[in-house]
Design a protein around this ligand. Structure first.
Ligand SMILES: [Ca+2]
Ligand SMILES: [Ca+2]
Length: 238
């Protein structure tokens, strides 16, 4: 218990230091983007799976079907896969795989450590756990959409109720659920340049089962690959 308390206090001290560092160097200089700017940048990046699910890896097929984010293929999800098959969205072979995952109770769980994440991302990261499950950004967005009762687009009102608040809201929804709470999903502050100005934004970054990093943006309700947008990461925590 004492060690847990010490860990929390230490984390808060490190977090305050990290935030002061970000503010001192970058954050106060950044403009707040409008929803139009965010939508313009992110809609160019939201191209994943538009050509259908043929050619997806097993992990990616699983990611788009595990809607309830429990790392298993449940009956509802198999039913959806059958519908997709009859609508020519997945192949017979893909459907067969999904049914086998369901029957065998296969769990798609892989883990990653802070050390491994540090080797991939060269930025300021505050890790609150020693190990994480690889996550599912599609399931994240699905859960946030389902439970975001407080969010109304008309309420976007910087700085009182904007991206930083929506990102906390998204993080809060994911952490109400046992499996999503354990994933490598980080509250992330980024900056980007747009038509001569530098902007700041807050959203979630997920290390996914397919090995890629994806942003989940609770402000615009979009999911897209990390490298598809010109965001430079200032700070991550989770
Ligand atoms: Ca599931
Ligand atoms: Ca705010």
């Amino acid at each position: 218990m004492i060690s847990m308390l010490r860990k929390i206090v230490l984390s808060l001290v490190i977090l305050s230091m990290a935030i002061v560092h970000v503010n001192a160097t970058e954050f106060y200089k950044l403009k707040t983007p409008t929803l139009d700017i965010l939508n313009e940048i992110e809609s160019n990046a939201t191209q994943i799976y538009v050509s259908g699910v043929n050619g997806l890896s097993d992990e990616q097929l699983f990611m788009i079907l595990d809607k309830n984010y429990n790392f298993k293929m449940d009956e509802d999800e198999v039913r959806e896969a059958i519908d997709m098959y009859f609508n020519d969205k997945i192949t017979a072979k893909q459907l067969e795989k999904i049914i086998i995952y369901h029957v065998k109770g296969t769990k798609f769980t892989k883990t990653i450590t802070p050390k491994e994440i540090r080797e991939e991302l060269k930025c300021e990261i505050l890790f609150l756990d020693e190990e994480y499950y690889l996550g599912n950004p599609y399931a994240s967005l699905n859960l946030i959409k389902k439970e975001r009762d407080e969010i109304n687009w008309g309420w976007y009102n910087s700085p009182w109720y904007d991206c930083d608040d929506f990102a906390w809201m998204g993080m809060g929804i994911l952490h109400k659920h046992k499996e999503p709470a354990a994933t490598a999903t980080f509250y992330t502050l980024v900056m980007f340049k747009w038509k001569g100005y530098a902007y700041g934004h807050a959203l979630l970054l997920v290390k996914a089962l397919d090995g890629k990093w994806y942003y989940v943006d609770p402000t615009t309700m979009k999911v897209f690959e990390k490298d598809a947008v010109p965001f430079e990461i200032l700070f991550m925590m989770g």
